[in-house]
Design a protein around this ligand. Structure first.
Ligand SMILES: Cc1cc2nc3c(=O)[nH]c(=O)nc-3n(C[C@H](O)[C@H](O)[C@H](O)COP(=O)(O)OP(=O)(O)OC[C@H]3O[C@@H](n4cnc5c(N)ncnc54)[C@H](O)[C@@H]3O)c2cc1C
Length: 273
């Protein structure tokens, strides 16, 4: 085990973000950004493995130039180094094009034993990028890992959780693993690591730098197999309530009316309830 790659995506703060209902897009100026929460869990798992094995923790992100800050934060939280894949030609990438670009970035930046990614993002939320990268790299993957039980020179043993089932798996390197939040709780950056992160040079890799690893028609809008035709943002439903203190029969009648109106309760002709 010499090198762990961690994939991190910069996402809008979903607590604050607003939607542009006219255009059907996220208003990215309405909120700050953060590292996708599951990616912080993946990063912490990688740092803990590194503390035991001495492995390098290398972070890769694909995004706009501002995503450099996410890499800087990852370094403050214990990563050794990182790169940003950024190019206007990567813009408009769907899951397939995103995975192709990240897979090319991984191959271009050096050897790896283990790739860790979050199980999903809080904005795109497809959970497909990790498994697609594994497929493109031709390596095995394990999804939804909730603990890393053992790591040795040639393999990792981990427990994955799928629905109510837990599965312990041993996989030989190289392997890609997507993680749940239970894998490890993210640490806070220390003052020393913040200083290191502030000074760190974050290389930016564009399409030309990926020559031999990625073609223009495999990335961005050109490489995307899907097109978003329309985004519909659901109206937030208003809550309503009524309090009945003393008149229980009136409360029951009112409740039955609500259940009938909302089609939870169906009363057929000639039948009581
Ligand atoms: C036609 C189309 C156009 C789109 N255009 C845009 C666009 O212009 N701009 C835009 O921001 N989005 C765009 N998207 C959304 C974009 O496809 C997704 O944001 C992207 O593919 C990642 O998917 P996800 O967020 O569902 O990741 P998931 O599969 O849910 O992520 C799983 C894990 O993969 C890793 N990961 C995912 N994305 C990245 C990344 N970028 N860098 C590093 N690691 C990552 C992380 O570890 C993450 O936890 C578009 C989608 C479509 C279908």
């Amino acid at each position: 085990m010499d090198r762990i790659v961690v994939l991190i995506k910069q996402v809008p703060d979903m607590e604050e973000v607003r939607f542009d209902r006219e255009r059907g897009v996220i208003d990215r100026n309405s909120a700050g950004t953060e590292i996708n929460p599951f990616d912080l869990n993946a990063l912490e798992a990688a740092v803990q493995i590194s503390e035991k094995t001495g492995a390098e923790v290398f972070v890769i992100s694909m995004g706009p130039p501002s995503a450099k800050e996410a890499i800087r934060e990852a370094i403050a939280r214990g990563a050794s180094d990182g790169v940003l894949l950024s190019d206007r030609k990567f813009g408009g990438a769907d899951v397939k094009a995103t995975a192709a670009t990240l897979a090319a970035g991984i191959r271009c930046t050096g050897p790896y034993s283990l790739i860790l990614a979050g199980m999903q993002t809080v904005d795109g939320d497809t959970g497909q990028v990790g498994p697609e990268i594994a497929e493109m790299l031709g390596i095995p993957h394990a999804g939804y890992a909730e603990s890393i039980d053992e790591v040795d020179e040639t393999s990792v043993t981990l427990t994955t959780r799928i629905w109510d089932g837990r599965y312990q798996k041993k996989l030989r390197f190289p392997v890609l693993v997507t993680v749940t939040k239970d894998i490890a709780s993210p640490r806070l950056p220390s003052l020393k690591s913040k200083m290191k992160a502030r000074k760190a040079e974050i290389p930016v890799i564009g399409l030309d730098d990926l020559d031999g690893y990625l073609k223009e028609e495999e990335t961005g809008l050109k490489g995307s197999a899907t097109r978003v035709r329309k985004i519909v943002i659901p109206e937030s439903a208003e809550r309503a309530g009524a309090v009945y203190r003393d008149d229980m029969p009136a409360a029951i009648d009112a409740l039955i009316e609500v259940l009938k109106d909302t089609k939870v309760l169906e009363v057929r002709q000639g039948e009581g309830i």
